[in-house]
Design a protein around this ligand. Structure first.
Ligand SMILES: Cc1cn([C@H]2C[C@H](O)[C@@H](COP(=O)(O)OP(=O)(O)O)O2)c(=O)[nH]c1=O
Length: 186
């Protein structure tokens, strides 16, 4: 029997170190003789990614449009992710559908609606959540946060939407989704 496809997702708030850990993991797998490719989302190089960038930079940030685009951005890459995770190779995803769920809920959107956008995409085998405190995230990046970020809005706004501070609410959602993900990687 051949080696299973492996998709590893690394999630977490802004500045959690996702890119760094994705790179380290790819390097470690390469040294063990496994092919590994890192995909970072949003991928701003694609046509949809360029639209996301405009949404993040523009004044008229519209959550429904942004989260649709974020899902479409993954669909643009679905074929490449499938190819990169086949035949014993590993696809490492720096943010994936879990981000849309967490930030989407924090933006006041329904889980069902958000889940529908990503339904059918390649599924993760492992989801790793890098959990850092909001204070530490702000220490690493004090300003210039984008409008979809769970640390962008004032705590009171998030309190209204989620019943808790962003990291806590995000953490709970991320954890719940991560627990549901069956771990099949060896
Ligand atoms: C991938 C993704 C990101 N996001 C949010 C998280 C961030 O606040 C924002 C931008 O992502 P981020 O990881 O901060 O990208 P970069 O640092 O390269 O600009 O988009 C979603 O809301 N849904 C998604 O599916």
């Amino acid at each position: 029997m051949g080696i299973q496809a492996v998709i590893i997702v690394i999630e977490g708030c802004d500045q959690a170190g996702k890119q760094t850990q994705a790179g380290l993991l790819a390097g470690a797998l390469n040294r063990k003789g496994r092919k590994a490719r890192v995909f970072a989302f949003p991928d701003y190089t694609t046509p949809v990614g360029k639209m996301m960038k405009k949404q993040l930079e523009g004044r008229g940030f519209e959550p429904r449009v942004f989260h649709c685009l974020a899902a479409a951005n993954r669909w643009e890459k679905a074929g490449e992710i499938r190819a990169a995770s086949s035949g014993g190779s590993v696809a490492i995803l720096d943010r994936y559908r879990q981000s849309n769920m967490v930030y989407g809920v924090l933006n006041g959107l329904s889980r069902r609606w958000l889940a529908g956008l990503d339904a059918g995409l390649p599924r993760a085998d492992v989801v790793i959540l890098l959990d850092i405190k909001q204070k530490e995230a702000f220490r690493r990046k004090p300003s210039g946060r984008d409008p979809s970020s769970g640390t962008h809005h004032s705590p009171s706004r998030w309190q209204q939407n989620t019943g808790g501070p962003p990291r806590q609410a995000g953490g709970r959602l991320w954890t719940r989704r991560a627990q549901r993900t069956r771990c099949t990687a060896g």
